[in-house]
Design a protein around this ligand. Structure first.
Ligand SMILES: Nc1ncnc2c1ncn2[C@@H]1O[C@H](COP(=O)(O)OP(=O)(O)OP(=O)(O)O)[C@@H](O)[C@H]1O
Length: 480
């Protein structure tokens, strides 16, 4: 049987499923083919169960279609294929059981480098100690965890369910559940919060655990400092001695070759030692520009999981929770009002609540929708100014590669009606225009057509993940 069969199968699956689903569940699978059997290796149980439940039937169908004659048998296991035909440049696995020769060579080199007495230190051990203390002091100073970022204070919703579940697993089994845990998604959506929640939980269970959190820029700055102080070996030792390493916004490693190199070795050492790593990023590993392939590949070894923008109900729940934590009296009507107006991200939502709460505190007024409107008028004006029906139509048309004129036309082919419905629903959600006004703006349609489009898009978001993903992306793009 062709070793390329799985690669071929993946090509089809890639087209059929939204990229988030594909990247999370299907891309990490490795295939081993023998006789007329294909065995798919999942990096962990989580992926195995999910694939068995959701995708295995489709994979069987595809195998049947792609093979002339008897289709191959299919089985699923946890682990790493010994001869893999996945489309990854380097194969993802739960643990790096196999390493390329280059990796091994560079590991060896770095270990040797670490063992060698630094020329700059000469033989002065007190000088060495001093520098080491300075490097460690600088690092430790930065490695605090925000104690308010816990699982208890994190509001769960559809948008972050998977990321939260994976984080809980990691907190319960650090170093063995998913390593690294790779949380990715847009700004202010709770990635750092979840990362700290895991760290705080690890420390709660084991107060002696050495959990280090830092922003990737800090890693770079510390490394530069260590180089200037000729203390790079102390730097290496420090990072390789931790029980859990949490690095935020690793996209900032882009174009920083030396930092990538250093981080690569740290990464390998920690993984080999069974130490947990949690990384956050604004995008999926493979999509990070100017980052070494071998690093990107490693980022995908554990579980890359996306955090999406929260839907309305979750935004309301987050506001209520934040209000409760800060003793702000916020009724659900007011929370709903803010959540409807501020959609882009949780940080902005929190900022709006703080502003309203401060105003209420100083004026002694009750928080009501009119009061909120007054407090947030500059912010709301900015949002409302940005989102016009015109802008929505242009954005949607561009995305679906059709013309704005098509959206306004009478054409009723699926490739036009669906984008038109999406654009109508967005216009209703993001602007203050009435249904008849929106109907007018879409080539003089009746308001019932707009209403139907809005309902349809709500329904489709429940049943069709690709529409849901598109719609959520539009919301984000149009409001940030
Ligand atoms: N689901 C949630 N429940 C409670 N608070 C949340 C939730 N999501 C985000 N937040 C809050 O929103 C704020 C921003 O979140 P966080 O800093 O974790 O975002 P981020 O995804 O790491 O963004 P960035 O990429 O900009 O660093 C934090 O105060 C966090 O507590």
């Amino acid at each position: 049987m062709s070793q390329n069969l799985w690669a071929e199968c993946l090509e089809y699956l890639k087209d059929e499923f939204p990229s988030q689903q594909f990247n999370t569940w299907l891309r990490p699978l490795q295939a081993e083919t023998k006789d007329n059997e294909i065995c798919l290796y999942a990096p962990n149980k989580f992926v195995l169960d999910w694939v068995s439940e959701k995708y295995v039937n489709r994979i069987k169908e595809l195998l049947k279609d792609l093979v002339d004659g008897q289709p191959p048998g299919l089985s699923l296991k946890i682990g790493t294929a010994s001869t893999s035909s996945s489309n990854e440049e380097e194969q993802p696995s739960l643990k790096p059981t196999k390493q390329s020769k280059t990796d091994l060579d560079s590991r060896k080199k770095s270990t040797e480098e670490a063992k060698q007495p630094s020329r700059a230190y000469g033989s002065d051990s007190s000088d060495k100690k001093e520098r080491s203390v300075e490097v460690e002091g600088s690092i430790k100073h930065q490695s605090f965890l925000n104690s308010t970022f816990t699982f208890d204070t994190f509001v769960e919703g559809k948008s972050n369910q998977l990321a939260r579940a994976a984080s809980v697993q990691v907190a319960e089994n650090p170093g063995s559940a998913y390593n690294p845990l790779f949380l990715y998604g847009g700004v202010g959506l709770g990635k750092t919060h979840l990362m700290h929640a895991v760290g705080n939980e690890i420390i709660k269970k084991n107060p002696n655990a050495k959990v280090v959190y830092l922003h990737s820029e800090r890693f770079v700055a510390d490394m530069v400092k260590a180089l200037q102080l000729n203390a790079i070996n102390e730097f290496k030792r420090f990072y390789r001695s931790v029980d859990a390493l949490l690095i935020d916004d690793i996209q900032f490693f882009a174009r920083k070759e030396r930092s990538q190199e250093e981080f690569f070795h740290t990464f390998n050492a920690l993984l080999e030692g069974g130490k947990q790593m949690i990384l956050t990023c604004d995008r999926y590993p493979k999509e990070i520009d100017d980052m070494e392939e071998r690093l990107k590949s490693r980022f995908g070894w554990g579980l890359p999981v996306m955090v999406e923008p929260p839907e309305l109900e979750t935004r309301v729940a987050i506001l209520m929770k934040k209000a409760e934590q800060t003793n702000v009296r916020l009724n659900s009507e007011s929370a709903f009002f803010i959540a409807q107006k501020i959609r882009s991200n949780v940080r902005e939502l929190e900022g709006a609540l703080k502003l309203v709460a401060a105003n209420a505190h100083f004026t002694g007024q009750e928080i009501t929708p009119p009061f909120i409107r007054e407090c947030l008028k500059d912010l709301l004006a900015l949002h409302e100014k940005q989102v016009s029906i015109d802008n929505i139509q242009r954005t949607v048309a561009e995305y679906y590669k059709i013309k704005v004129a098509d959206l306004l036309s009478k054409r009723r082919t699926r490739s036009i009606t669906r984008p038109r419905q999406v654009a109508m629903a967005l216009s209703k959600e993001l602007t203050n225009h009435s249904l008849p006004e929106i109907g007018d703006a879409f080539g003089g349609r009746d308001h019932t057509t707009v209403l139907h489009a809005c309902k349809k898009i709500v329904e489709l978001q429940e049943t069709d993940p690709s529409i849901r993903e598109d719609y959520q992306n539009f919301l984000r793009t149009l409001t940030t």
